[in-house]
Design a protein around this ligand. Structure first.
Ligand code: GSF
Length: 204
């Protein structure tokens, strides 16, 4: 298997953390999807990473599909419950965390994408997206409460997705202080960052 992605992409990081937690071997091929000479569309018509290339060269995307597939490849460290309410809970946490990323990235592109002029950038749009980021982080803190992990008492994809989302906020929006009002999220985050899977995939 080959994973196409970039070190800065949080969706790619989610996949890389899952690969490490599942102890799965996978070649990592870096690709700058914003560069004019990118060939990502040959693998993913959406022109996005992560994209997983499997043995017979079929491509798989997006990150949610990839992590779900990876979790089936090995019984080591099951990250997504097979059925039922707990499964839906884990997937809802992932949807919240990915939604934070989607909103944060929309805000960042609105502010920085080179294809837009200064006059075309909308501060109201940026604020709308950052409002979603703040509201969802607050909901995550409330949802976590005083539990050791987001769902149940073991690490799951829910924690990985949340750790990646908070890490992305720190990376691209260091001015957003999510720590002060969410000491429980901070405790979870600090615990996750001690894991090799997170420590080895820090965005730069
Ligand atoms: C999002 C992938 C994505 O937007 C997933 O895999 O979960 N829902 C998808 N990837 C970005 C890189 S990043 O911002 O992490 C990407 O490839 N963007 C290129 C583009 O043209 O939008």
């Amino acid at each position: 298997m080959k994973l196409i992605g970039s070190i800065a992409s949080p969706y790619v990081r989610k996949v890389r953390v899952v690969l490490a937690e599942k102890k799965l071997d996978c070649e990592f091929v870096t690709e700058d999807v914003w560069a004019s000479q990118t060939t990502i569309a040959e693998s993913n018509p959406l022109g996005k990473v992560p994209c997983l290339i499997m043995e017979a060269s079929e491509a798989m995307y997006d990150s949610r599909v990839i992590v779900e597939y990876l979790d089936t490849l090995s019984p080591v460290g099951k990250l997504i419950p097979a059925v039922g309410r707990e499964r839906a809970e884990v997937k809802t946490w992932e949807a919240m965390a990915d939604g934070v990323l989607d909103a944060a990235i929309l805000a960042r592109l609105e502010a920085t994408w080179a294809g837009r002029t200064k006059a075309q950038r909308s501060p109201a749009w940026i604020e709308r997206q950052l409002g979603k980021v703040r509201a969802t982080v607050k909901a995550m803190g409330q949802g976590l409460g005083d539990q050791p992990y987001c769902v149940g008492i073991y690490l799951s994809l829910a924690d990985i997705a949340v750790g990646v989302a908070l890490g992305y906020i720190d990376f691209r929006f260091p001015e957003i202080d999510w720590r002060t009002d969410n000491p429980n999220l901070l405790k979870l985050y600090d615990k996750l960052m001690l894991r090799a899977s997170f420590a080895d995939t820090r965005p730069v």
